[in-house]
Design a protein around this ligand. Structure first.
Ligand code: CA
Length: 440
């Protein structure tokens, strides 16, 4: 059987409920999810945890509790430090053993309740860190409608470049500036040149944008010079987060040719702090939408029937914007977009296999962005560049304000929710960032 095939077990039973009361009304983190993260309280050392309702199970404390053994114990011990890389390096079976044990310990009626309760930390008291030490960050471009929408702005006659349907396009981003949700987004300074200007100038970027993306966390890597067969690709993936690839469009327009994104992208990238594991996602895997009849077949190294049968996700992604004035007035955030993650032309497995196809070594904790996920229609586009047609159409907000690109004080929140008939829904949590004024 392909390692890409989803496995459903007792941890996905929709009837399961936890004795942790806040799990009952928590839409993102019911007992069927159990995502991994790194947390601490003020003054404490960061360490691994698992979200349940509005609490975090302290994995370092759990490892010392005597309640675990075998692979589940090995997993909790590997997650006791300030980054999940050692746990990710242990692979799928070890993660699954921890998930099964936690599911048993946290479910209603579990005899270990009184022993676990002291190991719970309220999320409200915790600061979240990045789930892993990111050695490398790569951003793909698999959202085909985003590629077409952006292409149409610059090349109306030929929106999709000729390589798009043959090769998963990506670029190497910068790992040092990936930050967890809540980190301030300082408006970058940059060199720009307006179309009607004779010479470029330097100053705060004026066309600051968000990009709605999924972040994929690598579990086990591959040796330099080796490859990852497509049928085994998802065995190398730990799970997913939300990712906002903040982009300075005016900087990007001036610098991107001939080598692609550079300073327009690497001032900060925000990820949601909870890694939702591939095990938790199993019930929400779907057949990849068939390619249109006239599209090229993928080359054999990128094609696996198992991946095509279950490589897409039943996931709805949303973006909300609130301005400082809206928050002051108590107005609810304005929904900028909502759409399905099935708008990905290439699957997660294809991204991973392609990345390693030249012998490039992937490492535990590496992060891959999907690229902006947009739908073909208004209301489903994952960036302001698309929504406003590159600032031609301003967005009217409930405060009476308008926006083309982001102003200081604006907050963007990404959310994602997995839903499937016969299963309890789970979520990715939040990826949040507020624009603060440029420095200098
Ligand atoms: Ca991007």
């Amino acid at each position: 059987m392909s390692a890409n095939a989803p496995i459903i077990d007792e941890t996905h039973d929709p009837a399961l409920r936890s004795w942790v009361q806040s799990e009952r009304d928590c839409v993102d983190f019911p007992i069927q999810n159990l995502p991994l993260g790194i947390f601490c309280r003020a003054g404490e050392a960061p360490r691994g945890g698992v979200a349940i309702g509005r609490y975090i199970v302290d994995l370092a404390a759990l490892a010392g509790s005597g309640l675990l053994e075998g692979e589940a114990l090995a997993a909790a011990e590997a997650a006791s430090g300030p980054a999940l890389n050692p746990l990710l390096a242990l692979g799928t079976a070890t993660r699954r053993a921890l998930r099964r044990r936690l599911s048993a310990l946290l479910r209603e009626g579990a005899g270990e309740r009184t022993a676990i309760e002291p190991l719970l930390v309220p999320m409200a008291e915790a600061e979240m860190h990045l789930p892993a030490r990111i050695g490398d960050y790569t951003d793909f471009y698999v959202g085909i409608h985003h590629a077409a929408n952006i292409g149409a702005i610059f090349r109306p006659e030929n929106p999709l470049l000729p390589n798009y349907k043959h090769v998963p396009i990506g670029y190497h981003g910068r790992a040092s500036t990936v930050r967890p949700s809540g980190t301030a987004v300082i408006r970058p300074l940059g060199q720009t040149k307006a179309p009607d200007a004779d010479v470029p100038s330097f100053g705060p970027a004026r066309r600051l944008d968000h990009e709605l993306e999924l972040g994929l966390w690598i579990a086990t890597g591959n040796e330099l010079g080796s490859t990852i067969p497509i049928a085994e690709a998802l065995d190398h993936v730990a799970g997913l987060s939300l990712l906002n690839d903040w982009s300075a469009r005016d900087v990007q327009a001036w610098e991107y040719q001939p080598l692609g994104p550079f300073l327009a992208k690497n001032f900060v990238t925000t990820v949601s702090p909870w890694l939702v594991t591939m095990e938790a996602l199993s019930p929400f895997r779907r057949a990849q939408p068939p390619r249109p009849e006239n599209d090229p077949r993928a080359l054999p190294y990128l094609w696996d029937e198992g991946d095509q049968a279950s490589g897409a996700l039943s996931l709805t992604l949303e973006v909300h914007l609130s301005t400082a004035a809206m928050r002051d007035a108590g107005l609810a955030p304005h929904r900028l977009s909502s759409g399905p993650a099935t708008n990905m032309y290439w699957t997660l497995a294809q991204m991973v296999t392609h990345h390693a196809s030249n012998g490039c070594a992937l490492m535990p904790g590496d992060l891959m962005g999907s690229g902006t996920i947009s739908g073909p229609d208004d209301g489903s586009q994952g960036s302001l560049m698309e929504i406003t047609r590159n600032a031609r159409n301003a967005i009217a907000l409930p405060s009476g304000e308008t926006r083309t690109f982001l102003e200081d004080g604006d907050e963007i929140v990404l959310t994602g929710r997995f839903e499937a008939e016969g299963y309890r829904a789970i979520g990715l949590g939040e990826c949040r960032g507020t624009i603060t004024p440029a420095r200098g």
